[in-house]
Design a binder for this molecule. Structure first.
Ligand SMILES: Nc1ncnc2c1ncn2[C@@H]1O[C@H](COP(=O)(O)OP(=O)(O)OP(=O)(O)O)[C@@H](O)[C@H]1O
Ligand SMILES: [Mg+2]
Length: 412
């Protein structure tokens, strides 16, 4: 592990992947390696800011800490990022002979930590989200920061006073935060609180005792290595099921075409199944899910795992990327799953596991068929309803293989 929180303690095992226990800090590390923005949600006093502080320690002076306040405007934010920006805003282009680009090039933050992000007014938040994504916008022009690696880490409680409707805020967060960890449902063990007391009784956020060397080069290297990690075909199929399979209703109708009223259109036996509980994830979310799953595989591999279970790491990633992303049917989460979106995700994951188990044999045969550039009705006709995407995929792949074979044949 690259990152081990110094003060924040949480030894609750979230899942066991490939024989390796995964804890909340493991998920945080996976997010950092995958360069995924992370939002920590949950009740006051449960260590969210503490975890952020602990993570910041690994970024040395390349971490910017911003406390979200509703009386902060973008000017003040610019002032915090780099005082020279204010001049730039006033003067337009040049600053004492330097161009704006020269100034922004020096803004070398790799981690933007925003405590209590929901308190920020929308204009400030928009700028913060840009920083999370690796650039700053001045006078309508984007300037890159952080030399190729920047990540956002933010916190917030649900009961916070919002400066706008929580809906609007929710939408903004869902778009820009790639995974959400709700510490209320990922509660530490009693022994963790016991250890916290052994450490000290200061109720403030603790600054780590030892000043660590910053690990930015290692983090960047881990990120580059992860980007080069081949994505197994199985993961792509699982991911496409999450995008296309979960988007299906009976009679080949699509939830996405029914817009926000999709859950009122689920009828008959589908009403009691995962069809009513979740809609398909977006292609953007799919990228985050696969990235997180790849990071989890890599971390468990480094801890000795040999046989990687792609399905399970994909499901863990799906759970933490999608529980708060707006794909779940909120009314059902409230009524049936004790307002716990992770519990609802577990139900979806159980069904997904059954679905893949039932199709296991056909999936193997289908892949073999596509590899040979063949289309056998006997095999592809097994993919119907929510699995129709697989039939289309296999046929397209078979066509491609055939074309490649022909092109090859001509050359030879
Ligand atoms: N799991 C934990 N491990 C170690 N310390 C903890 C843990 N949970 C809380 N603490 C301690 O409790 C205090 C409060 O934590 P912190 O300020 O991080 O809470 P918070 O979740 O950010 O609350 P708020 O939502 O009010 O900002 C700190 O001293 C912190 O070190
Ligand atoms: Mg806090």
């Amino acid at each position: 592990m690259l990152i081990k929180p110094d003060k924040y303690k949480n030894t609750t095992e979230i899942v066991n992947l490939n024989g390796v226990p995964v804890y909340l800090p493991t998920l945080a590390e996976a997010a950092i390696r995958g360069r995924l923005n992370m939002f920590l949600l949950g009740k006051s006093g449960f260590g969210k800011t503490q975890l952020v502080r602990d993570v910041m320690n690994y970024f040395g002076d390349r971490a910017l800490f911003v406390l979200g306040r509703n009386d902060m405007d973008t000017r003040e934010l610019f002032q915090q990022v780099n005082p020279e920006f204010l001049k730039a805003l006033k003067e337009g282009k040049s600053l004492e002979g330097k161009t704006l680009k020269e100034v922004t090039d020096k803004v070398n933050y790799n981690l933007i930590a925003v405590d209590e992000l929901p308190n920020c007014v929308p204009a400030v938040r928009a700028q913060l989200f840009n920083l999370f994504d690796g650039f700053i916008e001045i006078n309508g022009k984007p300037y890159p920061i952080g030399n190729g690696y920047s990540i956002g880490l933010s916190t917030g409680n649900l009961g916070q006073e919002f400066t706008e409707s929580s809906n609007e805020l929710g939408r903004a967060l869902k778009e820009r935060m790639h995974l959400t960890l709700d510490v209320d449902f990922l509660r530490p063990q009693t022994i963790d609180f016991y250890d916290m007391l052994e450490d000290n009784l200061d109720p403030r956020v603790n600054f780590p005792d030892k000043s660590l060397e910053d690990r930015i080069e290692e983090i960047k290297k881990a990120y580059q290595k992860l980007k080069g990690r081949p994505v197994p075909f199985e993961k792509k199929v699982i991911g496409l099921y999450l995008v296309d399979g979960l988007d299906c209703l009976a009679d080949d109708k699509r939830k996405s075409e029914l817009k926000s009223s999709w859950h009122t259109k689920v009828e008959g036996h589908e009403a009691g199944s995962d069809v009513a509980l979740i809609e398909g994830v977006s292609p953007r979310a799919l990228k985050s899910i696969i990235t997180l799953s790849q990071a989890l595989d890599e971390i468990t591999e480094e801890q000795g795992a040999k046989d990687l279970n792609y399905f399970e790491s994909m499901m863990t990633a799906f759970k933490f990327c999608s529980a708060y992303s707006g794909v779940l049917n909120d009314a059902l989460v409230r009524q049936t799953y004790d307002e716990n979106p992770y519990k609802a995700m577990d139900a979806v994951i159980d069904t997904t596991r059954e679905q893949f188990k039932a199709k296991e044999e056909y999936l193997r045969a289908g892949l073999e068929m596509a590899r040979r550039g063949e289309k056998k009705k006997k095999i592809s006709d097994n993919f119907k309803g929510r699995w129709k995407f697989m039939k289309d995929l296999l046929e397209n792949l078979a066509d491609r293989t055939l074309l490649e074979k022909r092109a090859h044949g001509k050359k030879d």
